[in-house]
Ligand binder design. Structure first.
Ligand SMILES: Cc1cc2nc3c(=O)[nH]c(=O)nc-3n(C[C@H](O)[C@H](O)[C@H](O)COP(=O)(O)OP(=O)(O)OC[C@H]3O[C@@H](n4cnc5c(N)ncnc54)[C@H](O)[C@@H]3O)c2cc1C
Length: 465
């Protein structure tokens, strides 16, 4: 049996950022990781998906060439094999970046084995027994596949396999229209794949503002084949799969399952520890310390929590768990909420979402802008989108925003920074806006909000000396 101070299970983004904090204080730690190194983000997540999306959008751009007087766009074509090679080439570069970063410590502090708990301080790592004073659990999540589809296994792919495809499929059903399904579904559609996106409800990418939701659904449905009635039947037809929903059907070569991700608790065999569980049977933890309830020496970080399965949250959670594992218990704030869906146009939400504000009962107003008719959006031929910014009625304090529109990835950042600084709508309007930029659309929404809240309207948007 090997005795160490701190064990970190999982060398993903959460585990690696926990390690960074731990290593500032002690070398008496071990990172235990099963599966390939390089993180979900770089191997099969954020990064390869963004490469595929980039290629798809670059190709899609040709559709506006004729209008701009650029000829010959219709002659452009795609080499599916080269596209997938390009995705993997950049993917490998990102993975290399992660693994090269690990070389200074992996020789001594990394164990490439699967860990499971024997008792609250002891891990069985495929026969190697490790006893640790503190344990950080950062085992991530895995794509979940509904049982009803398992008999069609030979057709199914998840995000763990999609980037390994030799070439683009000719036809593809995308099951689940959350962030990942919508991003990859639109990219595949723009790359000429015959795609049908299938959801169970008329909601995509988690948008909660009813007006933005309806608008976004309409715009996506104009561009691509979507069905919101769920799968009614699946049947093999020759070498393909016939999928029928409540209102449509499609014959496909492959099915991309993006119907959710399951936190990787099971393999840890935590049941022996008598942990407090929530209604989803997941261990309860504190979001300020990332300590498991009732167990001062156990911490969690990243997708394993099942709460905010995004990269910067996994990384922050790892930092907090790692810091607390070596420095004692300190409570940390979480950053202002920021979620981005890298479709074109982007979808983003920041701060409080519409439904959270409604449920909280706070009195708020909504400032609105449509990007149809917005100057720079017209220039870019990206005249599509809606942005709603929410402010407290009595004070004009910015509370949150939901949006679907050009460059929403950037507008979302600006708004999340203003919300983090607890700025009011007047204070935000006093900041500079260049011309002509997409941000002028945001200013329109802020001005609309200002006209609806009780914050006193200054004579000018510019501060007096
Ligand atoms: C297709 C896709 C696109 C995405 N796009 C974005 C995006 O654009 N922006 C964004 O912010 N987020 C995005 N995400 C989410 C983001 O990638 C994750 O939130 C993040 O990678 C989670 O990091 P993690 O450390 O929790 O898990 P991981 O990186 O998965 O690390 C967990 C590690 O633990 C190991 N492990 C599991 N069980 C055990 C065990 N019992 N013993 C030892 N080791 C174990 C695993 O093998 C793995 O190496 C995307 C995800 C996907 C799938």
């Amino acid at each position: 049996m090997k005795k160490i101070d701190i064990a970190i299970i999982g060398a993903g983004s959460g585990g690696l950022s926990a390690r960074r904090e731990v290593a500032k204080k002690t070398n008496d730690y071990l990172v235990i990781n099963s599966g390939p190194l390089g993180t979900t983000c770089a191997r099969v997540g954020c990064m390869p998906s963004k490469v595929l999306i980039q290629v798809a959008n670059d190709f899609h751009r040709r559709e506006s060439f004729v209008e701009e007087g650029i000829l010959g766009g219709e002659k452009l074509g795609l080499d599916g094999i080269a596209i997938m090679k390009h995705v993997r080439k950049l993917r490998d570069r990102f993975v290399r970046g992660v693994t090269e970063d690990m070389t200074s410590w992996s020789g001594t502090n990394l164990l490439q084995k699967k860990a499971k708990f024997i008792d609250k301080n002891t891990l069985d790592c495929e026969g190697e027994i490790i006893q640790a004073n503190k344990i950080i659990i950062a085992t991530g999540s895995s794509p979940s596949v509904p049982d009803s589809l398992l008999e069609f296994k030979d057709f199914l792919i998840t995000t763990d396999q999609i980037f390994e495809l030799e070439t683009l499929p000719k036809s593809l059903a995308v099951i689940g229209l959350g962030v990942i399904g919508l991003e990859l579904g639109q990219a595949m559609h723009r790359l000429g794949v015959d795609v049908m996106g299938i959801g169970r409800r008329r909601v995509i990418a988690g948008i909660s503002d009813p007006e933005i939701s309806e608008y976004t659904l309409k715009k996506f449905s104009e561009e691509m084949n979507l069905s919101f009635t769920g799968i009614q039947s699946v049947e093999r037809v020759g070498s393909k799969l016939l999928i029928k929903t409540g209102d449509k059907e499609i014959l496909v070569e492959k099915v991309l399952v993006t119907s959710g991700r399951t936190p990787n608790w099971k393999s840890l065999e935590l049941d022996k520890l008598g942990l407090e569980l929530d209604e989803n049977k997941r261990p309860v933890y504190c979001r300020k310390t990332f300590k498991l309830n009732g167990h001062d020496h156990l911490y969690v970080a990243g997708d394993i929590t099942g709460e905010k399965p995004i990269l910067h949250e996994a990384s922050d959670e790892g930092k907090i768990a790692g810091f607390n594992a070596v420095n004692g218990r300190t409570e940390f704030q979480t950053r202002t909420e920021l979620n981005i869906t890298f479709t074109d146009p982007n979808i983003a939400d920041v701060g409080k979402r519409y439904h959270e504000l409604v449920e909280s009962g706070v009195s708020f107003e909504t400032g609105k802008v449509s990007f149809e008719g917005q100057g720079r959006s017209i220039v870019k031929l990206k005249e599509k989108g809606l942005l709603h910014v929410y402010g407290e009625k009595s004070s004009g304090l910015l509370l949150g925003a939901e949006m679907f529109g050009p460059d929403a990835e950037h507008l979302g950042h600006l708004l999340s920074w203003a919300i983090s600084q607890k700025m009011t709508v007047n204070q935000t309007l006093a900041l500079p806006f260049y011309h002509p930029v997409i941000e002028e659309g945001l200013r329109t929404a802020l001005r609309d909000l200002r006209s609806k809240v009780d914050e006193e309207i200054p004579p000018l948007e510019i501060y007096k000396i």
